[in-house]
Design a protein around this ligand. Structure first.
Ligand code: MG
Length: 458
């Protein structure tokens, strides 16, 4: 059976040639444009939306279709070409756009593509507004413009320059450049290669780039996890580089390999970035409920604290705005610094980690050792909504002694670790994420979840 087209707060995702086609993309463009016109109805002048795409071969086709849909309802479109998701966020604010669209399926395989929507603040629409766009799409309740008032399409190639300038402004470029770091960059043939090579050159690094051509023909599975980055680890080791960086196809996520060629795990990306930020500034951090406790330890040592949010970039960004956070992100290697923009940004992660190495004079493995670590295990299982609710209810009874946060499923905090149980927004799936200092404790919490699961699901 063909997979369903998924429409969520962050946009639309599907399989090209099956359920994601040019007509679907054009109507989604019409729906987003109509929504923006209603939202900004008091504005006299025409609205502008910028469109970026990752390197997938289907990106141009879908981007053109979305652009046509937007123009059809009277929105001007600026095509940014192949550009990272965080780069699109930067341009959205530089150009004063009413919204942004990124054609990307992020870390999903090449068959997929997606249409990610951003509002004028650079963040995905909150659930109520996402629902208005969805409704408009399904009802085809569009507001077409006549032949004089339809939108126009222009092109802009300034994203890299604007993005790099914003990132350089948050670090000490001369100090980093003085170290002449030798780094390896794996951009998985996504959108990140071009701009990241330029950034690293500005930072005085000797760059060995692999899979840097933005062909969309991913040289390995695109999610930046340990099993997919053996090639990067090997190059770091054989070339005696001090660090390896891996991006996903739209370059919002970053994973790191240390100087020994060891993949350190995506959770450390945010931890290392936060370690640098908290060494310079005081304030709060924001992270989703599934993110490692390492960030709490780092914040606490600096006299700060961590605001926890529901999973999803938009939730973290909203908390960062509300609490004026100095750093934020998600454990999947997504680092957010509001000075650059409210979008997870691998270039920000790279710059902050190189700055941390510069200031401390320490290697990645030494910095990782200082932060210490936890044992994190993730499980995923099928559970329909009613079963998921029963599992949550039983877990609340079983872990009655824990501190409970119900912002997004249930997160139970114990002295020696935590457990987060949540349902997916897009599929009948439940996730259990557990983290503890002692691997045996982590296993015990997961065993307790398994027992509850057996009871409910049989
Ligand atoms: Mg991504």
């Amino acid at each position: 059976m063909a997979e369903q087209l998924i429409i969520s707060v962050s946009g639309m995702r599907g399989i090209v040639g099956e359920n994601l086609s040019a007509p679907v993309a054009a109507e989604y463009g019409c729906a987003f444009g109509t929504f923006l016109k209603n939202k900004h109805s008091s504005k006299k002048e025409k609205l502008t939306v910028c469109i970026a795409r990752d390197s997938r071969p289907s990106g141009q086709m879908l981007g053109s279709a979305v652009a046509a849909g937007l123009c059809a309802v009277g929105i001007d479109v600026v095509d940014l070409g192949i550009t990272t998701t965080p780069g699109a966020g930067v341009m959205l604010s530089e150009l004063g756009c009413a919204g942004g669209v990124v054609i990307t399926a992020s870390h999903n395989p090449i068959g997929y593509n997606g249409i990610k929507l951003l509002l004028d603040n650079g963040v995905a629409p909150p659930p109520s507004q996402a629902e208005q766009i969805r409704r408009c799409f399904f009802d085809k309740d569009f507001a077409p413009a006549d032949s004089v008032n339809c939108g126009k399409l222009t092109f802009n190639d300034q994203t890299d320059a604007a993005h790099i300038a914003k990132v350089l402004a948050i670090v000490d470029r001369e100090a980093i450049a003085a170290r002449n770091f030798k780094v390896v960059l794996d951009s998985v043939n996504g959108a990140g290669g071009r701009v990241t090579k330029k950034l690293l050159a500005e930072l005085g690094c000797e760059v060995i780039a692999i899979n840097d051509e933005p062909t969309g023909m991913f040289a390995h599975k695109p999610e930046p996890t340990a099993e997919n980055l053996t090639g990067l680890c090997e190059v770091v080791k054989t070339k005696s580089a001090v660090i390896g960086f891996a991006q996903d196809p739209d370059a919002d996520r970053l994973a790191i390999v240390d100087e020994n060629g060891t993949y350190i795990g995506e959770e450390y990306t945010l931890a290392l970035a936060a370690k640098y930020i908290f060494s310079k500034r005081s304030g709060s951090a924001a992270a989703n409920l599934s993110t490692s406790r390492m960030i709490d330890d780092i914040a606490e040592q600096a006299g700060g604290q961590v605001v926890r949010t529901a999973v999803g970039e938009a939730n973290v960004a909203a908390a960062m705005f509300e609490h004026d956070c100095i750093i934020g992100g998600e454990g999947n290697g997504g680092v957010i610094d509001l000075r650059v923009g409210p979008v997870r940004n691998s270039l920000v992660g790279i710059a902050l980690v190189l700055q941390l190495m510069t200031e401390t004079g320490k290697t990645v493995s030494q910095l990782v050792g200082e932060i210490g670590g936890y044992h994190m295990t993730k499980e995923k299982f099928t559970a329909e909504q009613n079963h998921a609710q029963q599992i949550l209810d039983l877990a609340k009874k079983a872990f009655a002694e824990a501190k409970l946060d119900t912002t997004d499923g249930c997160r139970f905090d114990f002295d020696d670790g935590w457990l987060h149980l949540r349902t997916s927004n897009t599929e009948p799936v439940m996730r259990a994420i557990v983290e503890a200092k002692d691997p045996r404790a982590a296993r015990e919490y997961l065993n307790a979840v398994s027992k509850i699961r057996m009871k409910v699901l049989g």
